[in-house]
Write a protein that binds this ligand. Structure first.
Ligand code: GAL
Length: 388
């Protein structure tokens, strides 16, 4: 009997600590991350400037919240007691001061490290130091941890990421936990109780249709999301990687499509462009309130691919309060005229008012068929609201 009691207490205490912080990402996290533009060339002044611009440009009001510094912030070795050290040249005032600055702007602070022994750029990783690192992050005021997967040896992803989950929980500071395991071991099947979001693919790069050794253009990343919609929901999101909106390799139409599709996918919206040189057109895309509301819809449903026909992709996203978002993406090199007969969309019940998200206007109702021209690699992005 005593033995049973002991086991019960042991199990109970384990289950108290063995959990993620619940409720930190009821809608997909939004923010900015340094990697897509700056790679490891980051430093304190740049990050502060970015935080300033997020506020002054209206991005904060639009919902962007986390300022995340990716790989490249660390010194090459830990200190004598094993703590991680920020590179003193890049971050002369340390991470607590930077976090305080970001917090003073009403924003949140995110940081990158790696579940393996070293990061992909050769800086100290977290393996074997998880509880110590989690305490350090908590003491700095970190709100978001992106945890990478380089140099993991033969480690099991689920086990390894779970150690950091427990370490974060034990450190007692609510920190959004973003798994960056590239989809290798299908984290969508096991990570719901481990993290708040998980990458589903290798790295995105700023092109529509190209492929590098490790990275993929947005068209390929999009393709790899098919069928994953059933795994996403409030507090546990598929992450098709950060935004390339506004980066040099994408045309404006491609940036608009990329943003629309990521909103349809209920993807985390982590801007990855140089905010200091952002054009008004790109700011307009990144801050479109209807598009963002679709991404952030409280139902938390990821769009599914409704039709894939020649150069036409149709995605459908169910929204709260009986609304729907539907988009038609032209993946081809020619523009075409799209005819839409609403009767073919069997999930619609009754009549709806149609809002064109990029025109920012109501364009009619579903009582009439629609005919719209869609340019190459552009998108028709509509929100349908039931008519009373
Ligand atoms: C990759 C990750 C990228 C970026 C990079 C930093 O593994 O997918 O998003 O974090 O590491 O080295």
């Amino acid at each position: 009997m005593k033995k049973l009691n002991f086991l019960f207490v042991l199990l109970l205490s384990y289950s108290i600590y063995a959990q993620k912080f619940e409720g930190l990402a009821l809608t997909p996290p939004m923010g900015w991350n340094s990697w897509n533009t700056f790679e490891a060339n980051i430093q304190e002044d740049l990050i502060k400037q970015v935080a300033d611009i997020i506020v002054s440009s209206g991005m904060k009001d639009a919902g962007y919240e986390y300022v995340v510094i990716d790989d490249g912030w660390e010194a090459l070795t830990r200190d004598s007691v094993g703590n991680l050290v920020p590179d003193p040249k890049k971050f002369p005032n340390g991470m607590k001061a930077l976090a305080d600055y970001i917090h003073s702007k009403g924003l949140k602070f995110g940081i990158h490290n790696c579940a393996g022994k070293t990061t992909c750029n050769g800086f100290p990783g977290g393996m074997g130091h998880e509880f110590q690192d989690a305490r350090l992050y908590a003491s700095w005021g970190v709100d978001y941890l992106k945890y990478d997967w380089c140099d993991h040896g033969t480690a099991d992803a689920r086990q390894t990421y779970t150690i950091m989950r427990d370490a974060l929980y034990a450190a007692k500071r609510p920190i959004v936990y973003s798994l960056c395991e590239w989809g290798n071991s299908k984290p969508w099947e096991w990570a719901k109780d481990v993290g708040h979001l998980w990458r589903t693919t290798g790295d995105i790069t700023d092109c529509y249709n190209c492929q590098g050794e490790y990275d993929l253009g947005m068209r390929f990343i999009l393709k790899l999301q098919e069928g994953l919609e059933k795994y996403a929901g409030p507090d546990h999101w598929n992450d098709p990687d950060m935004l390339e909106v506004g980066n040099p390799g994408l045309m404006l139409t491609e940036s608009r499509s990329h943003f629309s599709l990521w909103c349809m996918l209920a993807a985390p919206l982590m801007a990855g462009n140089d905010l200091r040189t952002m054009t008004p057109e790109i700011l307009k895309i990144l801050t479109n309130s209807d598009a963002i509301a679709i991404d952030q819809d409280k139902l938390g449903k990821q769009a599914y691919l409704y039709m894939d026909h020649l150069s036409k992709l149709i995605y459908v996203k169910e929204l709260s309060d009986g609304n729907w978002a539907i988009c038609w993406h032209n993946t081809g090199d020619q523009s075409y005229t799209q005819r839409i007969n609403w009767k073919h969309f069997g999930f619609l019940k009754g009549d709806y008012e149609i809002k064109d998200i990029w025109k920012n206007q109501v364009i009619g109702t579903t009582t009439k068929n629609l005919e719209v021209n869609i340019d190459s690699r552009d998108i028709l992005f509509l929100k349908l609201t039931p008519r009373k």
